[in-house]
Design a protein around this ligand. Structure first.
Ligand code: FMN
Length: 356
């Protein structure tokens, strides 16, 4: 028998989670009209709560109408209609004894041309990823280097979106600082070559994340959570390490630990992989640098991998397994043998097929 930490409660600030399992944020690209997701996509989230995930993250919600959207069909939550759409979803998740967290996202240079109403691409510097957009087969557009006005506009977008999430009743919001999107672009010298106070040293590159966290905290009541997602890899130029060393990564984790955050969510491609040429994985390196609760994600697919991942983290998140197997939490509890899903199998997330 496995030990039962996975199914023991966890105290995340004022929330007692029923177990240590959560649904990772998953973009579904289903919002065709008015930045509101399809009903079956919303129902999918509620069903994951019904099936015992303690945390349900939303897909990445874009933070403005100018430059934040990176993919077709992404959702927003700044209008009353959008807020009203999410309210019953949040309530249903809570009625199943789970908590709902909304992830906020700005794509920065990882933009899909034409999907933003204002059709503009921005980033810390005028650099594009080396590879083409794998979904369009075309090069990414060259971003405008963000002005001081752009920076304030984007911070405001995060604030307005956080207000929408609070109005809809969400238990928390997440700031997406991972996967090579805008906040990650500022944090990483691979994408940030600014010479002003937002570029250069780690402290300077961190400034943009700091301003967003501080501004958002002001509109998120104390009894709601703020989490921050971080990763060492981006969805384009995947082979590139976005932090140059263990020391640089841990310095950023230390800076995050001084913020009014309630958890750090570490996204990996494979949780067990050793990082930065050390003998430690990302969760272990994060743990060395923070006392904040840690969520870990990346190829956690069966009970053995879940138990192993929990040795260095407080909560596990799943994307592919929980996307493709509605009974994943029960199957973990029953210690059923389960397969590792391939990335291509998750592409069903972007079709109109309602998922069970
Ligand atoms: C269909 C799909 C959509 C995703 N969308 C997001 C997203 O909106 N925000 C995010 O932070 N990560 C997103 N991810 C990444 C996952 O949250 C997770 O970090 C990654 O898939 C590794 O976990 P896994 O091995 O359990 O799938 C997505 C992954 C998948 C498969």
């Amino acid at each position: 028998m496995s030990n039962d930490i996975l199914f023991s409660p966890f105290q995340l600030k004022n929330f007692t989670l029923k177990n240590r399992i959560g649904v990772a944020p998953m973009t579904r690209m289903s919002s065709v009209v008015d930045s509101v997701p399809r009903q079956d996509v919303l129902d999918f989230l509620v069903r994951r709560a019904e099936n015992n995930s303690a945390i349900v993250y939303t897909e990445a919600i874009v933070t403005d109408y100018e430059s934040a959207q990176g993919y077709p069909g992404q959702a927003r939550i700044t209008t009353q209609r959008q807020i009203e759409t999410w309210k019953p979803v949040v309530r249903a998740i809570q009625q199943h004894g789970s908590i709902a967290i909304l992830q906020m996202f700005h794509c920065g240079r990882m933009a899909w041309p034409g999907v933003n109403p204002a059709n503009r691409t921005i980033g810390p510097s005028t650099l594009t990823p080396k590879q083409d957009n794998p979904l369009t087969g075309a090069p990414y557009p060259v971003p405008d280097e963000m002005s001081r006005f752009d920076i304030e506009h984007v911070v405001n977008g995060f604030v307005e979106t956080a207000k929408g999430a609070v109005a809809a009743g969400f238990d928390g919001i997440e700031i997406h600082g991972a996967h090579g999107y805008l906040i990650n672009q500022f944090l990483s010298s691979y994408c940030n070559q600014r010479t002003d106070s937002y570029g250069g040293s780690v402290e300077n590159r961190y400034r943009f994340a700091h301003e967003i966290i501080q501004a958002v905290r002001l509109v998120v009541p104390e009894d709601r959570l703020i989490t921050f997602r971080i990763s060492n890899w981006g969805v384009a130029d995947m082979e590139v390490s976005l932090y140059s060393s263990k020391e640089e990564y841990q310095q950023i984790v230390r800076l995050l630990s001084e913020e009014p955050l309630d958890a750090i969510s570490v996204s990996t491609y494979d949780f067990s992989q050793k990082a930065f040429g050390t003998e430690k994985n990302m969760a272990q390196l994060t743990r060395e640098a923070t006392d904040l609760p840690i969520m870990i994600c990346g190829q956690i697919y069966d009970r053995a991998s879940a138990d192993k991942a929990l040795e260095d983290a407080d909560i596990i998140l799943s994307a592919k397994s929980i996307l493709l197997n509605p009974n994943w939490v029960a199957d973990l509890q029953a210690e059923k043998p389960m397969k590792k899903y391939a990335s291509e199998e998750a592409n069903i997330a972007y079709t109109e097929t309602p998922l069970s």
